[in-house]
Design a binder for this molecule. Structure first.
Ligand code: ATP
Ligand code: MG
Length: 387
């Protein structure tokens, strides 16, 4: 008899020929995750992953496992030998240790056909034994507790509670993306959503010292540390935006300041992304949320990029975004006060419907913009957030 954690992969079953690739990525990510918490054996048998240990604490892994993408559900189970009497006694042991319930149901699955009883027979035999020994009632429609018995090649697994996993696809199966991260509520959520689809993250934060302080960077770092618990390691790039923003301020019409800043950010970010294995940019924009996120403004920012810009929050309301931010625990960091590099120079009346031709013309007034971008990239600070 041994306690194990059983994990069921998520959408991997949709992957056909590529299934092996997804399974091995998930196994690799899980092994890496659990290795920091003790000595565990992580194995994939017939597309179900089990985690076992001789000496370490299995329970300590549960909060970690809920952050691994590619898992649809997981449970703590008891692994016993494939012998009917042992299964019956184990069922009684598990149910007798639970409190506050009176009705139950057994659900059986015979994944390994070398067991002599059918699923239906397992349910009736085990159910009858529990009724006899513990005097609980069977309720197949609305039971207080469901005990699942799964007969697999290496034994019988018994479990009462199944938790939802993090879902998504294993990290590293969808290439690399660079998130433009501000320190606000939205961009960390956008990054999380793309990481959930298997994307490896890099992060780019534009700072404007001395207008923004080191505290802003520390805040972004704390957010990235939280994100890396889900996404794995993150490369963190910190371009200095001061000279560029001062040049925009000096040369361009004030009402176009924000939109031109965004365009230069995207231009610079694209160069950083493509030289660091990232084939897309990610932002936390949500349609109509602020002046720089109207349809016309988004058209202006998108026009400078030649790689895709993913905006996973484009159709989300702030409330929905906050709900995810709370779930991934970035919300409380995001609401700490900080100086935003754009809001410092921001116009009181930004242009709501900027015209791309006007914006381009205005942008040309900036002297040496290409050189300023080049200089920013040459002086780029890079860091690595390890998980
Ligand atoms: P957030 O909550 O992510 O800051 P926001 O609602 O404040 O978003 P904006 O300030 O308009 O929106 O920023 C829109 C997007 O531009 C952000 O989601 C982020 O992706 C990017 N961005 C803004 N400021 C910065 C910055 N200093 N460095 C990098 N990216 C930024
Ligand atoms: Mg912001």
């Amino acid at each position: 008899m041994q306690e194990v954690i059983l994990l069921k992969p998520g959408e991997i079953f949709l992957k056909g020929q590529n299934r092996k690739l997804f399974e091995s990525a998930l196994l690799r990510n899980l092994k890496h995750k659990v290795s920091k918490f003790g000595e565990f054996e992580v194995k994939n048998v017939e597309s179900v992953i089990s985690i076992k240990t001789q000496h370490s604490d299995l329970d300590s892994l549960i909060p970690q496992i809920s952050k691994v993408f590619g898992i649809s559900s997981y449970c703590k189970a008891l692994l016993v030998s494939k012998d009917l009497q042992t299964i019956k006694e184990s069922a009684v042991k598990i149910l007798s240790e639970l409190s506050e319930f009176s009705t139950f149901k057994i659900e059986a699955k015979r994944a390994s056909k070398d067991f002599p009883l059918t699923s239906f027979q397992i349910c009736s035999e085990v159910g009858a034994y529990v009724v006899k020994m513990l005097n609980f009632k069977v309720d197949v429609n609305n039971p207080d507790v469901v005990l699942k018995v799964e007969i697999r090649i290496d034994g019988a697994y018994l479990a009462t509670s199944h938790e939802r996993g993090a879902g998504g696809l294993p990290s590293g199966t969808s290439g690399g993306g660079a998130v433009l991260i501000s320190g606000g509520i939205d961009s960390p959520v956008a990054a999380y959503m793309m990481a959930k689809r298997g994307m490896l993250l890099s992060a780019i934060h534009f700072a404007t010292p001395p207008y923004t302080s080191a505290r802003s960077e520390i805040k972004v770092r704390k957010i990235l540390e939280k994100l890396s618990e889900f996404s794995g390691d993150i490369s963190f790039f910190k371009p200095e935006f001061t000279k560029i923003q001062e040049a925009i301020k000096k040369s361009c019409h004030n009402e176009l300041f924000t939109i031109i800043s965004r365009r230069v950010m995207i231009k610079t970010a694209e160069k950083i992304a493509t030289s660091n294995n990232c084939s897309c940019l990610i932002t936390g924009e949500s349609l109509g949320q602020v002046a720089s996120q109207t349809m016309e403004a988004i058209e202006c920012t998108s026009a400078v990029a030649s790689i895709p810009i993913f905006r996973p929050l484009i159709g989300s309301d702030k409330e929905e975004i906050i709900k995810i931010a709370k779930k991934i625990d970035t919300f409380k960091i995001s609401i700490e006060p900080f100086e935003d590099c754009c809001s410092i120079f921001s116009p009181t009346h930004p242009k709501l419907k900027p015209k791309i031709e006007t914006v381009k013309k205005e942008e040309q007034k900036i002297e040496n913009l290409e050189n300023l971008i080049k200089e920013t990239i040459e002086n780029l600070h890079e860091d690595r957030i390890k998980n």
